[in-house]
Design a protein around this ligand. Structure first.
Ligand SMILES: [Zn+2]
Length: 414
């Protein structure tokens, strides 16, 4: 699979939406040479196709950049398993269970995924080596949390250790620096912190503050000092969102309680919002969900669904993230439909899942648009997403998925 010709590809006969925000191009072709885009645009203007390349007829479908999901938990089951059952599983079984989720995520049209707790760097390396099939990964490894915060899943009577594969507990500036450095030592591509409590944790509330502004500033400082790495903040209630913003995090994940002061600050600082509407709109199964989660969900869903239209209207930078792992895996692009349902234009939703998401990950030079020189991550959709964005949420409407020029899915008839 590593010889040069195997990565040469010509896609023709499709509408091109290239992820830059320019108008769709009908009758388009894309040339892929050695795993990268060589040309994308009108077929009539195209240079000669690379000799010996495989050809895919898009059959009047839409050619789009591979999508980027900025918030997944591939180690988490996506609703079907209780936390108790999960805790009873040996690590190796959990790893094997993660394999089909990686595959389903790629098949849904997501060619890059940012895992915000639960996957160590080995998963990323296994995908890079071709040992497992999945999206390109950015991993946070585990989420940093204060004692009793969103990453502390112990019950009140449990004084044991918090599971290090999911959470790292730190209190005070010195511990924050040490844990952040330790995550980077283990290969974290970014740092994920809990700036507030959350819906799934047993002993806190979404409007409880997590790390202080001072603690978060220390974590951001550690990340920046390691080749400018980014910090993503789980932040739901107002106070914790403000702490995270003032301390300089790159993205607010969830952002359930946004008011004008917060939105002004996000606009001034260029902070991204990852609204995770797939999870915010998700209804939990009472049979497998703890009662504290059900109660908090009921209370916070309304906040979440009111905040997002406000942020969209005021032009906050929004990147696509689903929180799959809480929501089910493999229909990640449903998030784009949710964004449109909450006020976003379909083209802007596509950008949230492509070029804007690439900016948030610091990967704009490599992915996010179909422009010459970028990695050939692309999908063909058997629909016009500008007319029906919801169609993208069904993986069967994504017949072709290409990552780094390699065709991982092709269900088009020839
Ligand atoms: Zn999450």
């Amino acid at each position: 699979m590593n010889d040069k010709t195997s990565h040469d590809l010509v896609i023709r006969n499709g509408q091109l939406i290239d992820g830059t925000g320019t108008a769709p191009v009908p009758g388009a072709t894309v040339h892929v040479v050695d795993g990268r885009i060589a040309w994308a645009g009108r077929e009539n203007d195209a240079p000669r196709a690379p000799g010996g390349a495989a050809v895919i007829d898009a059959q009047d479908g839409t050619i789009l950049p591979g999508f980027i999901d900025c918030h997944v938990h591939l180690a988490a089951p996506g609703g079907e398993t209780s936390r108790v059952a999960l805790a009873a599983m040996p690590t190796s079984l959990r790893t094997y269970l993660t394999t089909p989720r990686l595959l389903a995520t790629l098949m849904s049209g997501v060619t890059t995924a940012r895992d915000l707790a639960g996957l160590d760097a080995g998963f990323k390396q296994a995908v890079e080596r071709g040992l497992v099939v999945g999206p390109r990964l950015h991993v946070a490894v585990a989420m940093m949390s204060t004692t009793g915060g969103h990453g502390d899943f112990r019950m009140p009577t449990d004084n044991g250790l918090v599971e290090a594969s999911v959470s790292r507990i730190a209190d005070g500036v010195a511990e924050c620096r040490r844990e952040a450095r330790d995550l980077l030592r283990q290969g974290a591509d970014l740092i994920k912190i809990a700036a507030t409590g959350g819906v799934g944790s047993p002993t806190d509330q979404p409007d409880d503050e997590g790390f202080t502004e001072e603690e978060i500033r220390a974590i951001v400082g550690v990340a920046r000092a390691h080749r400018g790495k980014r910090v993503a903040a789980h932040a739901q209630g107002r106070g914790g969102i403000l702490n995270a913003l003032r301390a300089g995090v790159d993205s607010i994940e969830h952002g359930y309680q946004l008011d004008d002061e917060i939105i002004d600050l996000m606009l001034a600082r260029g902070t991204y919002l990852v609204p995770t509407l797939s999870t915010a709109t998700h209804t939990f199964d009472p049979a497998t969900t703890p009662p504290w989660t059900l109660a908090k969900k009921k209370q916070w869903q309304g906040h979440a669904l009111a905040s997002v239209p406000r942020a969209i209207e005021r032009g906050v930078k929004i990147a696509m993230g689903t929180d799959c792992g809480i929501a089910a895996h493999g229909n990640n692009l449903r998030e784009l439909g949710h964004l449109v349902d909450h006020g976003m234009a379909p083209m802007d939703a596509i950008l949230a899942g492509t070029s804007v998401a690439a900016e948030l990950l610091g990967l704009s030079h490599e992915i996010g648009t179909l422009e010459a020189g970028k990695r050939a991550d692309l999908v063909i959709a058997a629909c016009d997403p500008l007319a029906d964005i919801h169609a993208l949420g069904d993986a069967t409407n994504i017949p072709v998925v290409v990552k780094d020029g390699e065709v991982f899915k092709n269900t088009l008839d020839h």
